[in-house]
Ligand binder design. Sequence first.
Ligand code: PLP
Length: 394
Amino acid sequence: MIYADNAATTKMSDAAVEAMLAAVRENYGNPSSLYSTGQRAKEALEEARRTIAAVIGAEPREILFTSGGSESDNQAILSAAAEGRRNGKTHILSSAFEHHAVLHTLEKLKKEGFDITLLDVHENGIVRPEEVKAAIREDTCLVTIMYANNEIGTIQPIREIGAICRERGVLFHTDAVQAVGHIPVHTKEDGVDLLSASAHKFHGPKGVGFLYARKGVRLTNLIEGGAQENGKRAGTENVPGIVAMAAALQEADAQMRQGAAALAEKRDRLIRGLKRIPHAALNGDETRRLPGNVNFCFEGIEGESLLLLLDDKGIEASSGSACTSGSLDPSHVLLAIGRVHDVAHGSLRLSIGEELTDADLDYIIQSVAETVEYLRSFSPIWRDLESGKKPHLL
Ligand SMILES: *Cc1c(COP(=O)(O)O)cnc(C)c1O
């Protein structure tokens, strides 16, 4: 089996599994308990906080453990909105291709009277800093732009946007779920006030993540109860998940720093191979993208059919269209970069890890090429395109 869906989730690393098992077996105490079993768990928790803080250039007390990326996004945005409301500022700036954890939270705020501006991400899938600058208003309380897109992998100019927000005194949140552990992220150098991350996207366990909140940024609780996490997130801490997350991040960060170039070469081998398929196009900027992300549209086919046939050939990947959510709408990300509905339906995302060999990559290229050709052989849309009844768009 070739697993090429790391943007959806990753396999836990051995280091993460071992850290988790040790915590489950030995550090089973409640970190709030005063006896030694509890205090050992507390120490493991704080050690994990220090490890994570060091990797992203933060202070340990700026790291808040959560249940994952979605919760972190919700808490960051709702906290900034509450602060904005207190100051009479109810405008929020974001982009059209954010994750639904961000977009749906913004929709909720819109119903509560907030004014939401979603910036264009253009054909290359990258927000333009000058457009961020131009769109910030006197009443803007938050800019929230993702670090790297989860579907097309494009990396945003976070540092430039951070500098603009700092200059204008506007809070800046970034959903860095796809970035942390995959590309260098440094909260201070990037100038972010709030940052979301999720362990299962960097070989840690599911259901655990963190929110970075710069010292001085006021947080609103999503969960009320005990005084855990500085009183900002109640509930007995997920110690096994948190220590596993720290172990996974430390390893992912070290591996990324020495192996990113090699992974990008594998990505580019895939891109070169898939580009040879007729009427196919890469989605998103060719170079400013995550080292493991490849996303293509193929004219005249359905992404879901392609996925099912690739699965039969032992290749596990993903398509942008949201058929799993029961809707036939194509991906909002592909629409945001200007793909029309028909084209956006024929998409394929391969998010690879460094374990794939060149032989694996060549097998993927060959399998995709064969499958696309096969699907086109009985596609009515393809027939219309080939007969000239409809113009080719790719
Ligand atoms: C996966 C993902 C999330 C959600 O994270 P969970 O931990 O699954 O809640 C949010 N944003 C982006 C960009 C993601 O890729």
